[in-house]
Design a protein around this ligand. Structure first.
Ligand code: AMP
Ligand code: MG
Length: 347
C-alpha cells in the first residue's frame, strides 16, 4: 500500500516536472525583449524572442555602440577618423574594421565603383555629414574627385593606408555589416526569433514566434505610408533612397545623400528607391546603395549577371520593377493597388 502510494507520488512529481519544463519553455519562447536606441546616425529597434532575450538585447545594444565608436567618420576617437586624418601614414586596424574595409573594397570592385567607400570628401562638400548643406561648384567637385577612388586604399597585414586627402565613409555598408554581426551574436546567445531594424535596414532572425514569416513594410518613397509588405524569414531587407536624407537647394532642386561617384553629385538615376533582399545584411546594404547609383537598366543587368539576391526598384515616375523572387514575397497595400509593376526578367 505504502509502496503503491510512493509510486503514485513519484509519477505525480515526474508529471509536474515535465509540465513545468514545458511551461518554462513556452514562457521563454514567447517572451519579448526590446531595445530602442540611437546609433550610427539612425534609430535602431531590436525585438527578440526567446530565453534570456533581455540579456541578449542589452549585449546587442552594447555591440552596436562599440561598432559605431569604431566606424563613425565624425567621432574623433574612431578608427575611420584616424585613417581619414592619417596624412598618408599607415594605421593599424582591428580585425572587424579590416574585414569591413576588405568587404567595402570588394563590393566597390564588383559594382565598378558605383559603391565608392572613399566618397567622403565629396559628401563633406555637400554638407551631408554636418547638416549644413550647400551646393558646391563644379570646380570644387572636380578637385575633390581627385582623392576619390577605392583603388587608393592599401591593406597590408594589419595595416591600412590611405593617401593624404583620401577619406573613407562606411555610411553605405556599416549598418548592414553591423546587422550581420548582431545576428551572429544573438544566434550564439540562443535567439531563434527576432527582428532587427537598423534605420530601415531590416534583418530577420528566423520567423515570428508563431512560425509565420515576418512582415516588413516597404516605404512609399513619395510619402509617409507603406507601399506594401515583404514577407521574409532569416533574411535581410535593405532599402536605399534619396528620400531618406536630402535637402532642397536655393535653386529649388532636391539633392539626396547618395552620390554618383562619376559626377560627384547626388545620384540622379531615375530611381526613387531600391530594396534588396538577401541572406546577408552587408550585401543588401552595399548593393542597395550601388544599384541606386546605377539606375534601372544597369541595376537590372547587374541582377541578371549575379542572381544571388532579389530586388524591388521604384522609379521616380512611380513604377515598380521587381525580380520574380521579390514578387513572390511582396504584396501591395490596398491604397496603392493602382501602382504599375513589371517583372525584371531576361533581356
Ligand atoms: P545607404 O543609406 O546605405 O544607401 O547609404 C548612403 C550613405 O552612404 C550616405 O549617407 C553616405 O554616407 C554614403 N554614400 C553616399 N554615396 C555613396 C556611394 N556612391 N558609395 C558609397 N557610399 C556612399
Ligand atoms: Mg547601403
Amino acid at each position: 500500500m505504502v509502496k503503491k502510494r510512493l509510486i503514485s507520488v513519484i509519477y505525480l512529481l515526474v508529471f509536474l516536472g515535465i509540465l513545468g519544463v514545458g511551461i518554462g519553455k513556452m514562457w521563454g519562447k514567447g517572451r519579448e525583449a526590446k531595445a530602442s536606441f540611437f546609433a550610427m546616425d539612425t534609430y535602431i529597434s531590436l525585438t527578440l524572442y526567446g530565453k534570456d532575450g533581455e540579456k541578449a538585447v542589452l549585449e546587442a545594444q552594447e555591440k552596436m555602440t562599440e561598432l559605431e565608436g569604431l566606424w563613425s567618420a565624425t567621432h574623433k576617437e574612431s578608427i575611420v577618423y584616424a585613417l581619414n586624418h592619417s596624412g598618408g601614414a599607415p594605421v593599424i586596424l582591428d580585425d572587424e574594421t579590416k574585414e569591413l574595409l576588405r568587404f567595402a573594397v570588394s563590393m566597390a570592385r564588383e559594382t565598378e565603383g558605383a559603391l565608392e567607400p572613399t566618397i567622403y570628401p565629396v559628401l563633406l562638400s555637400w554638407g551631408f555629414t554636418t547638416g549644413e548643406n550647400r551646393i558646391p561648384d563644379r570646380e570644387e567637385i572636380q578637385d575633390l574627385l581627385k582623392y576619390v577612388g577605392y583603388d587608393n586604399i592599401r591593406i597590408h597585414g594589419k595595416e591600412a593606408l590611405l593617401p593624404s586627402g583620401t577619406q573613407l565613409d562606411f555610411g553605405a555598408v556599416a549598418k548592414g555589416y553591423a546587422g550581420d554581426m548582431l545576428v551572429e551574436l544573438l544566434r550564439e546567445r540562443g535567439i531563434t526569433s527576432g527582428l532587427l531594424d537598423l534605420g530601415g535596414n531590416i534583418q530577420a532572425i528566423g520567423s515570428k514566434p508563431d512560425g509565420s514569416s515576418w512582415r516588413i513594410g516597404l516605404r512609399d518613397p513619395f510619402g509617409d505610408g507603406y507601399l506594401g509588405v515583404i514577407e521574409a524569414s532569416d533574411l535581410a531587407v535593405v532599402t536605399s533612397g534619396n528620400y531618406e536624407r536630402f535637402f532642397v537647394g536655393e535653386d529649388g532642386n532636391v539633392y539626396g545623400h547618395i552620390i554618383d561617384p562619376v559626377t560627384g553629385c547626388p545620384a540622379d538615376s531615375g530611381l526613387a528607391s531600391v530594396t534588396v533582399i538577401a541572406k546577408e545584411g552587408k550585401v543588401c546594404d552595399a548593393l542597395s546603395t550601388a544599384l541606386f547609383v546605377m539606375g534601372l537598366e544597369k541595376a537590372s543587368d547587374y541582377w541578371r549577371e549575379h542572381r544571388d539576391f532579389d530586388m524591388i526598384l521604384i522609379t521616380e515616375d512611380g513604377k515598380i520593377y521587381l525580380t520574380e523572387g521579390a514578387k513572390s514575397r511582396f504584396s501591395l497595400n490596398n491604397s496603392y493597388e493602382e501602382y504599375k509593376w513589371e517583372l525584371i526578367g531576361e533581356r
